[in-house]
Write a protein of this length. Structure first.
Length: 348
């Protein structure tokens, strides 16, 4: 069944981008190329958010595939928008091993005779506009749903909350990465919840449940589960971002260290004698691979890797407890329990 949804989402995305390219044509080749870049950015993902929408909707008895696909599409476009903007904030030009929107437009500028500074402006401008366009369409998908007004307003409230909280989390993530600051695990976990867990897990689950007509208590339980499991997944992602194989993850294993990203790994290290050796190098844009390896060695030595994995496991346990305590439909509880378990299996 998940494969059917993935196929439906891909089909909807292709139709959407085909229409957008036609609409963009009268406004010039660069604008059409921008839409091609957005489409490229939306491909290759795991479709986690659409699957969660589908799981909650089907779990509560929903059976309108066309309707749930449009809601799932909205959350996939939201994810695309956030990825584009996140790459811009991190000054990354690559996503999943290939040039992202900014990277493609920077290269386009060079091909049109621009110098290095102008190409950077092209890339940054394209990324801002691309993210805004995807975000706008996510809202439109929900606003135009052929459902009762109360349901449509509830879905728009879920989306609005996700955007609002994610923006707070993104800002906190940037502010906390300032060199010289000492991260606390409480602030790291709050940032993970706000920046990622709410929009990636809580909101899609809530949207699917609301669309199916689930009661408020069940929706609230899914929200609690989504926040907990979303944090677990992000802890695992941050571990893979430092200790993972770049060929598998599609990203550099040193980028987070150069950025000085405050993760559960770093928060634990800050409480150990290894912090002095780590903090001196962490957040250096010119960090060499040998120095990154030295930081990894210190993270292993001080127990940061084991502590981060244990924290992810703890969040999965708490998430599964929410499922068991809520009295959710058996099929949905089993499906989400398996989803939660995968969060920690990736890093063990």
């Amino acid at each position: 069944m998940p494969e059917l949804l993935d196929s439906a989402i891909d089909e909807e995305l292709r139709a959407f981008f085909a229409e957008a390219r036609v609409r963009a044509g009268p406004y010039g080749g660069h604008y059409a190329a921008l839409w091609e870049s957005i489409e490229h950015q939306s491909t290759g993902g795991k479709r986690v958010r659409p699957r969660l929408v589908w799981s909650a909707y089907r779990g509560f008895g929903g059976d309108d595939r066309g309707l749930v696909t449009r809601v799932a599409l909205a959350f996939e476009l939201l994810h695309t928008a956030f990825l584009i903007h996140d790459d811009l904030i991190d000054r990354d030009l690559v996503r999943r091993g290939a040039p992202n929107v900014a990277g493609r437009f920077a290269a386009r500028a060079l091909a049109h005779g621009a110098d290095e500074r102008a190409s950077a402006v092209w890339g940054e401008t394209a990324a801002v506009l691309a993210g805004d366009l995807a975000l706008s369409r996510a809202h439109r998908e929900l606003a135009m749903l052929p459902v009762a007004r109360e349901c449509r307003e509830a879905l728009l409230d879920i989306l609005d909350h996700a955007v609002f909280v994610s923006a707070a989390g993104e800002l906190s993530d940037v502010v906390s990465s300032l060199r010289g600051t000492t991260p606390a695990i409480e602030s790291v976990l709050a940032t993970l919840e706000h920046k990622t867990a709410v929009y990636s897990c809580e909101a899609p689950l809530a949207a699917g449940a609301v669309l199916a007509g689930a009661d408020d208590e069940s929706v609230a339980a899914l929200c609690r589960f989504g926040r907990l499991v979303g944090v677990a997944f992000q802890i695992a992602d941050d571990v893979l971002g430092v200790f993972g194989d770049p060929v598998v993850t599609g990203k550099s294993s040193s980028a987070d260290l150069r950025e000085g990203k405050r993760t559960a790994l770093i928060a634990h290290a800050a409480t150990t004698p290894s912090w002095t050796a780590i903090s001196d190098r962490l957040g250096d844009p010119a960090l060499a691979e040998a120095e990154a390896d030295a930081i990894r060695d210190e993270l292993l030595r001080c127990g940061a890797l084991d502590a981060a994995i244990a924290l992810a496991c703890e969040h999965v346990t708490l998430a599964r407890h929410e499922l068991d305590a809520a009295g959710l439909p058996d099929g949905l509880r089993a499906e989400l329990g398996e989803f939660a378990q995968r969060a920690v299996e990736r890093v063990r």
